[in-house]
Design a protein around this ligand. Structure first.
Ligand code: CP3
Length: 337
């Protein structure tokens, strides 16, 4: 929390995106008994995987176990997780007319299982470990709602966006209003900070990002309590950094495609940064991993306000020992700076 406010810390804090996931035996054990959606919707199980990941790894923050997409259910989408193909939407939006059937989440009670998990986690989590909530940013959620799943070129999403800007804006507005209620409720239930994942927005040019995305993301961030740090994360396109900063967030999450030093100069040192080791570097031998971790730390130049993380989520076949080794290295090298 101190790093998020750019206050000095004893060492560089670290957490790992997707830290509670399939690479951990503790996660697989719980997951073997239920489907992924059940796991998301059973607060005691979601709490257990959140807490065990934090404990096993020794990271400086816990992230709520949940997913980006279940918010789409009360908005009228049929969501499924296929055993190997990831999420899939049975009734994606394709025409401008389809936008009319999307419902705003006015009653966050429909996502009550998330807030119950937050309360359970907060009861058990050590007091000095913050709990991070999260949600998908409007663009990334819209891209799933429109494409129906993952996508390479986001053709349907961009078509709708370019073809009918007012329908696009109406859709973004539904996400903005729903997300503000959802994230506020996570904070009220006990999250100390929240991360907004705009994982797929890197497919846009800076001009399109500014026109079609920035104002909407900004409205979400501006509506959240000013004293709660928001980590604003996107991947795939360092050319968006300045605009990402303008959209808001007290911490800017950057991926590995840009040097952290350059990224921090671009966004300005009056904001904190999170990142940015290439997740694939975790497959390297210890010596290489150590060098790479040190390079990231050196790019931060010992400035207060750096939260170490991967540039994107940890991969499902990672050896948990490599992740633990990285965490120890960052704490050790970070404390000597
Ligand atoms: O970071 C954490 O540990 C918290 C939990 C978390 C999950 N998903 C758990 C999960 C978080 C923060 C997410 C975010 C998420 N979900 C994103 C943004 C991710 C990013 O890194 O930018 C996206 C795009 C989703 C949607 C989603 N959920 C996808 C694409 C998939 C399939 C992924 C795959 O690799 O197969 C999921 C499923 C999912 N979400 C799993 C987990 C642990 C694996 C599900 C399983 O157990 O089968």
């Amino acid at each position: 929390m101190r790093a998020a406010r750019r206050e000095p810390t004893d060492t560089t804090p670290i957490w790992i995106m997707r830290q509670a996931g399939r690479y951990l035996p503790e996660y697989r054990e719980v997951r073997s008994k239920v489907t992924f959606l059940e796991l998301c919707k059973r607060p005691e199980l979601a709490a257990e995987v959140t807490l065990s990941a934090q404990r096993v790894l020794g990271v400086d923050a816990a992230i709520l176990f949940a997913d980006l997409l279940p918010i789409l259910q009360p908005m009228g989408f049929e969501l499924e997780y296929t055993p190997h193909g990831g999420p899939s939407i049975g009734n994606p939006l394709r025409t401008v007319g389809d936008v009319e059937r999307v419902r705003e989440v006015t009653d966050v009670g429909q996502l009550g299982y998330v807030f119950e998990a937050v309360r359970l986690i907060r009861q058990e989590l050590p007091g000095d470990i913050p709990l991070l909530g999260f949600a998908g940013a409007p663009f990334t959620l819209a891209s799933y709602a429109i494409e129906g799943g993952g996508s390479q070129h986001y053709v349907h999403t961009k078509k709708l966006m370019f073809k009918d800007e007012s329908a696009w804006n109406a859709l973004m507005e539904l996400f903005v209003a729903s997300l503000v209620r959802y994230l506020t409720a996570q904070i009220e239930a006990g999250c100390q900070a929240v991360q907004l994942f705009d994982s797929w927005v890197g497919c846009l040019s800076p001009a399109d990002y500014r026109r079609y995305v920035l104002p909407h993301t900004k409205r979400v961030i501006d509506a959240l309590p000013a004293d709660v740090p928001v980590i604003h994360f996107l991947t795939g396109n360092p050319a968006l950094l300045s605009a990402q900063r303008e959209a808001g967030g007290s911490v800017i999450g950057v991926d590995w495609r840009v040097d952290l030093k350059e990224a921090w100069e671009t966004i300005g040192h009056d904001v904190a940064v999170q990142g940015n080791l290439d997740p694939v570097a975790l497959y390297a031998d210890r010596e290489t991993l150590r060098r790479r971790a040190r390079e990231v730390l050196e790019s931060a130049e010992g400035r207060p306000g750096h939260i170490f993380n991967l540039g994107h989520g940890v991969l499902p076949d990672m050896d948990p020992d490599n992740v633990k080794a990285l965490i120890d290295m960052v704490h050790e090298i970070g404390s000597k700076r």
